[in-house]
Design a protein. Structure first.
Length: 442
């Protein structure tokens, strides 16, 4: 009754929603003497559920506007019955992982594979981010083989090595390090993946087109692949249930000024994923999709610490956990600079939205205009960029000071931005995912 219209596609949401409800029900019982407050508390309950599950969960009208405290036991019982049908035995909701295959992407991917390997329907690599596309594709295939050599391999696509427009790129040493996985030796990529040589945009479009139910997309790199699909085939928007993105800086400064690499960059507002391809991000943000952001506001609060790395090393098992442990140890070295749980946090929050402690609806626009000065070379100029942009026009130098920044604009489509997450619970989730020897199977 409660979740009937989206039952199969909301199994995870229902489970998470239930956790919220159970938590808040305990609070209500503790306050049972305050009967006059129960309607308010039920309202909070419903809000918590809606916040955790995004706009597509069909909440019954009675829950949205609770009319009587007597409804509470009935509603909870009804929810419990329906959730027991939808989870936990139900098939996990399908995901597409769109990644630029940097260090934190590798960890996020291995985490996701540990948690829900069967739900990874496709991986689309964007070649304009940290890794180049073919290296990123091969590395993704290698990581999945390492994680579980017997599990079916999802199709993995290779995206464009250029942004739709502009000249931004990561520093070349970072790109080389990403291609080479920081020197880590891994199993060879599955031959079938390499031979298939799929294009990320085509794979993303095909996966959405063939989807029997709207899909979830986790973007942990630039948004170039998704923007290209939305532009070429706007109708596929209806096949997207939710986009969860590690992207943007909402109320905090950007992160593209990095000591020793890019400290002269005049752009103090953009986060890397939006900085590299602002035009793509602007297309995605303005498409009217249900987007749940995990921006720097949330990730800045959870740096990688020695205590966490030591605990991860001590408590986790398996070849994939050992590799992650090695990377964590390297990332702690002073010369690596500050490191935060960027993409792994987005992956955790994708599967456990209830760990977000401050989810705000914001109308945000991505800055992607051309720089008034088109004559001189841009910062981080990549001389190998093609002369023409994605529309066949001369490639533009984008606003040096603000391209990729997020600004509040009431005319823009709203997104849900997680501005603060439970960092301890995120770290605990990361560790717990790797504590069994073999990846969890349904
Ligand atoms: Ca990434």
């Amino acid at each position: 009754m409660l979740l009937d219209s989206h039952r199969s596609s909301t199994a995870i949401e229902a489970q998470l929603c239930m956790q919220n409800w159970q938590h808040m029900t305990v609070k209500i019982r503790q306050k049972s003497a305050m009967t006059n407050r129960i309607p308010t508390l039920i309202g909070q309950l419903a809000q918590a559920c809606r916040d955790a599950t995004m706009p597509f969960l069909n909440m019954p009208r009675a829950l949205k506007r609770p009319s009587s405290p007597a409804l509470l036991p009935m509603l909870l019982m009804s929810l419990a019955v329906n959730v027991s049908v939808a989870s936990p035995a139900a098939k996990a909701a399908p995901w597409i992982i769109d990644t630029d295959m940097g260090t934190d992407d590798w960890i996020a991917l291995l985490f996701f594979a540990r948690q829900q390997r069967e739900s990874i329907t496709a991986i689309t690599v964007s070649g304009n981010g940290l890794s180049h596309c073919q290296a990123g594709r091969d590395n993704a295939a290698s990581l999945l083989r390492l994680s579980d050599p017997n599990a079916p391999m999802p199709p993995i696509g290779c995206g464009s090595n250029q942004p739709l427009d502009g000249f931004a790129s990561y520093p070349q040493p970072w790109r080389r390090g990403s291609d080479q996985m920081m020197g880590q030796t891994l199993p060879a990529p599955a031959k079938a993946v390499v031979d298939a040589d799929l294009d990320s945009t085509a794979l993303l479009a095909l996966t959405l087109r063939q989807a029997k139910e709207p899909m979830r997309i986790l973007t942990i790199g630039t948004m170039s692949n998704l923007a290209s699909v939305l532009t070429a085939e706007p109708a596929l928007k209806s096949k997207i249930f939710e986009v969860v993105s590690m992207a943007g800086a909402v109320d905090v400064p950007g992160n593209v000024r990095v000591h020793g690499f890019t400290e002269g960059n005049p752009n103090g507002k953009a986060e890397w994923n939006l900085y590299i391809d602002p035009v793509a991000a602007q297309i995605v943000f303005s498409a009217g999709l249900p987007i749940r952001l995990v921006p720097l506001d949330a990730t800045n609060k959870v740096p990688l610490t020695r205590a966490f790395v030591d605990r991860f090393h001590r408590e986790t098992v398996g070849a994939d956990a050992n590799v992650v442990s090695n990377w964590f140890a390297q990332l702690l070295k002073p010369e690596m600079g500050e490191y935060f749980h960027w993409d792994p946090m987005a992956a955790v929050l994708a599967l456990r939205p209830e760990l977000c402690q401050r989810l705000e609806r914001r109308n945000l626009r991505v800055m992607a205009s051309a720089d008034p000065d088109q004559r001189s070379q841009p910062f981080e100029a990549a001389s190998k960029q093609p002369v023409l942009n994605w529309q066949g026009q001369p490639r533009r130098i984008l606003d040096r000071k603000a391209a990729g920044a997020l600004i509040n604009d009431s005319r823009s489509h709203p997104v849900q931005a997680c501005l603060k997450a439970d960092g301890a619970a995120v770290e605990e989730t990361l560790i717990q995912a790797f504590t069994s020897k073999t990846p969890a199977r349904p």
